[in-house]
Design a protein around this ligand. Sequence first.
Ligand code: FE
Length: 168
Amino acid sequence: MRQTSRREFLRAAAGLSAFAAVVQSGDAAQTPPLRPTPSCPGSAPPTERQTEGPYFKPDSPLRASLLEPAIAGTKIVVAGMVLSTTCQPVARALIDVWHADDRGGYDNTGFRLRGHQFTDDQGRYRLETIVPGIYVGRTRHFHVKVQVSDAGSGKAATFDFVLDLGRP
Ligand code: FE
């Protein structure tokens, strides 16, 4: 792979950390909120990046549900699609999610509330988990890292990441 292609690929793959605010509340961060990703159809810019934060851990378990018996909190299902900037579904995209528990804490020794899954043939994903708790300085959020699992010819790929949160 040429150096530029690799750089472009890494930008497309590893750089697509996105925040998805799940509840609009009075705990909004001090910075203005990101513009929402436009809905498809039509060409759309990529989902805007947000900071990955310090708590990403590689090698999370493959699972579509982060629910475990000992985890307290309000259950939530987050479902949607991974789409290209031309609104084509991206199959087999890797979606890695990690987030705080209902008290705002991260598990940095194990893999509680961490997991990854792949989109299906229609670019769809479905995650079962709990509503993340709030911690100082951030709005309530999920951390999501999306990577394409097959770069085809090794060229760069960019894509929109659109979440269906069930509201306009
Ligand atoms: Fe966080």
